[in-house]
Design a protein around this ligand. Structure first.
Ligand SMILES: Nc1nc2c(ncn2[C@@H]2O[C@H](COP(=O)(O)OP(=O)(O)O)[C@@H](O)[C@H]2O)c(=O)[nH]1
Ligand SMILES: [Mg+2]
Length: 287
């Protein structure tokens, strides 16, 4: 039995979560056009008779702007060493910057490491010319597109071949290490990201206050935290239309994932500037 942890790192929006979904062959992770969708480091597990791959998704945050981002980055960078394979994802249209160089520094002694240039459907590959000084740092190099399913099998086969013998780390039928709370929180936040325009969504945190799962029903109370007074009416919308839509879309997805009816109560409250508040970040597990 081969097994191991494979971490995907790289700037926001390069397609890390999409790649993992593609490798898994289904949507578990949350993908969005807006940066910073993945707030937590989350594992997605693929088990067969021959191998167990644990794909670890990370929130890539460049341009550290606040305490939240700093904590998120620390969580990723401090632990890169403990993974079997590092997959560094970049896009063909954006060059290496400080964030990517920081990643390279952290994995200097770590093998194997891959470079994945994702979204190649957006460019003409024959014109792409990655500098040798960049590519020679890596053990393997891939062009991928999750849209056109290019390079995905090659990437998967490389991972399988590079993994060593190891134990089954998780039960065979376990798909993710996300807790129920985290999963529901991310689903609701994804709907906020998709439905709410303006700058509001980035300052949103969805705190799950109650979750009660019965055989045929899941009951949830969630508090959508915004960081400014003025964001509250935007989230609630005209005559409550926005919060209603967020509720409906979230409930439908929760029902699909949990396979049971869902009663979802949403509240909106303000926690001024929470992304810089130590006490708040600690409350949500970001020390
Ligand atoms: N054109 C194109 N878009 C992609 C590809 N992979 C991901 N995307 C899009 O890029 C955006 C960010 O993807 P996501 O997986 O959330 O990136 P992450 O922040 O690195 O996890 C989403 O809108 C995806 O649909 C790809 O291969 N080609
Ligand atoms: Mg992501």
């Amino acid at each position: 039995m081969k097994s191991g942890f494979v971490i995907f790192v790289g700037k926001t929006n390069v397609g890390k979560t999409s790649l993992i979904n593609c490798l898994l062959g289904e949507k578990i992770g949350i993908v969005s056009d807006k940066p910073q969708t993945t707030r937590f480091r989350t594992s997605f597990i693929e088990s067969t008779e021959e191998y167990q791959i644990i794909y670890v998704d990370s929130p890539g945050v460049h341009n550290v702007k606040n305490l939240l981002h700093e904590r998120l980055n620390k969580k990723i960078f401090d632990s890169l060493d403990s993974f079997e394979i590092i997959v560094h994802v970049v896009n063909p249209t954006t060059v290496f910057d400080d964030f990517d160089i920081e990643i390279q520094k952290k994995i200097f002694n770590k093998r194997p490491r891959y470079l994945v240039v994702n979204k190649i459907d957006l460019v003409d590959v024959s014109n792409l010319n990655f500098d040798k000084s960049i590519t020679s740092f890596y053990d393997r190099f891939f062009y991928t597109s999750t849209r056109k399913f290019i390079g995905i099998n090659d990437l998967k086969n490389a991972i399988i071949s590079d993994l060593s013998d190891g134990p089954m780390w998780y039960p065979k039928d376990m798909r993710t290490d996300m807790s129920k709370e985290m999963l529901v929180s991310e689903i609701i936040r994804e709907k906020v990201l998709n439905l709410v325009r303006q700058e509001v969504p980035h300052g949103v945190y969805v705190l799950i206050e109650k979750i009660n799962e019965k055989q045929n029903l899941i009951y949830i109370e969630a508090n959508i935290i915004v960081e400014k007074e003025s964001h509250k009416p935007i989230l609630i919308g005209h005559k409550g239309s926005m919060i209603k839509n967020i509720g409906i879309e979230s409930r439908l997805e929760i029902e699909k994932i949990f396979g049971k009816k869902c009663v979802l109560k949403l509240f909106v409250s303000i926690e001024k500037n929470w992304r810089n508040k130590d006490s708040f970040l600690r409350r949500v597990g970001l020390w």
